[in-house]
Design a protein around this ligand. Structure first.
Ligand SMILES: *Cc1c(COP(=O)(O)O)cnc(C)c1O
Length: 370
């Protein structure tokens, strides 16, 4: 007996691999593999979440009115043009579902976010991978990949897993080079971490252009990964199409309450941002000191750093050494980066420990080789 046959494009999906929270031998460890907030969640958000325990029998508001209005107030947006979903992952899937299907192409960059290939294949579209430029988004390569069949371009800015950031000029040039019937999705999951006044102009494009969707999340800076709240902003037409295929109750009452409280806790966000910037800089400098041993930190504007191992200490050995010492980071052989570890910036203690362990592993590798 044979059961139902999955669609061929579904069977081409390589399942998403989440960050581990235990070592391979089952010990609990410091998890620096999923870019979660090491400072936790705003106390106001936790209090709002707890209060929601009083209304568990109720369905959430299917139109997300309170969340949309809070976001609109905070960011100066039209609440009618906000889509939301079970994490921004769902919003990315909605974009693919509304604007691409079999026979269409979706472009994303080499070393891009792993949800893009899944969202692409799920709808039967064909992934097109644009080459990177030294791990960063290469606008020319993306534009050169466009064909008559292109429907969507996904760009995470800052990008995951590289942390690299495309400037406002680059994003403007990318948008200007795309036909109006191609949806440019700018994934701003890490937008809150960018240092200095260097906004990539994505939200302005989403406000004015007919073909730009910006996505954002409460999972990273706002410390609400558990609650799965993401959102997006685009033209009324784009958002309306996406709402048609959204699950009616994709975000929860507790998650929504927590998200709104987190959104308005400016002090918490400011503290997380400055701590991240401080330890990201410190950690990148420490990796820089190991440059003669073949280590390199790709310049990051996010809450993680991609460290490349191009000397005697390999990415795999560093991954295993860190795990042995109780620190789980993300090794990326499945993404074409067997020589790369994506390391979330933890708190001070964690960040110092990871740097010290890497220094020791470098010393050991040189001694063993020498
Ligand atoms: C973490 C992340 C997301 C957000 O995921 P959620 O579904 O909102 O938790 C989106 N895009 C990128 C690039 C990410 O790294």
């Amino acid at each position: 007996m044979t059961g139902p046959t999955p669609k061929p494009w579904i069977m081409e999906i390589a399942p998403y691999v989440p960050g581990k929270s235990k070592t391979d031998d089952g010990r609990k460890a410091v998890k620096l593999s999923s870019n979660e907030n090491p400072l936790g969640t705003s106390p106001a958000a936790r209090a709002a979440f707890a209060t929601a325990a009083n209304s568990l029998e109720r369905y959430p508001d299917a139109s997300g009115t309170e969340l949309r209005e809070a976001l609109a107030d905070k960011h100066g947006l039209d609440p009618a043009r906000i889509i939301y979903g079970n994490g921004s992952d769902e919003v990315l899937h909605l974009a693919a579902g509304a604007f691409a299907g079999p026979g269409d192409e979706i472009i994303y960059v080499n070393y891009g976010f792993t949800v893009y290939p899944i969202a692409t294949r799920r709808v039967g579209a064909t992934p097109v991978v644009a080459p990177d430029r030294d791990y960063a988004t290469d606008v020319d390569a993306i534009l050169a990949s466009v064909t008559d069949r292109t429907r969507i371009v996904f760009v995470a800015n800052p990008n995951n897993p590289t942390g690299t950031y495309a400037s406002r000029e680059e994003i403007a040039r990318l948008h200007a080079g795309l036909r109006d019937d191609i949806l440019l999705v700018l994934d701003h999951a890490y937008a809150e971490y960018i240092e200095g006044d260097i906004d990539d102009g994505g939200m302005e494009l989403a406000k004015s252009a007919p073909n730009v969707l910006v996505t954002r999340t409460f999972s990273k800076m706002y410390g609400l990964a558990a609650e799965r709240i993401g959102w997006g902003y685009g033209s009324a037409e784009i958002i309306e199409a996406m709402h048609r295929i959204r699950l009616p109750f994709s975000i929860t009452i507790a998650g929504t309450a927590a998200a709104i409280a987190a959104l308005n806790d400016d002090d918490f966000v400011a503290r997380c941002k400055s701590e991240n910037a401080k330890w990201r800089r410190w950690f990148s400098d420490e990796i820089g000191k190991l440059g003669n041993a073949g280590l390199r930190a790709v310049p990051s504007q996010a809450n993680f750093v991609l460290v490349l191992f191009e000397g005697k200490l390999t990415g795999e050995a560093a991954y295993k050494g860190l795990m042995e010492a109780g620190y789980i980071v993300r090794w990326l052989p499945g993404q074409g980066l067997p020589h790369g570890l994506r390391i979330t910036i933890g708190n001070e203690e964690e960040t110092r420990a990871v740097a010290a362990i890497l220094q020791q592993l470098v010393t050991d590798a040189q001694r063993d080789a020498g």
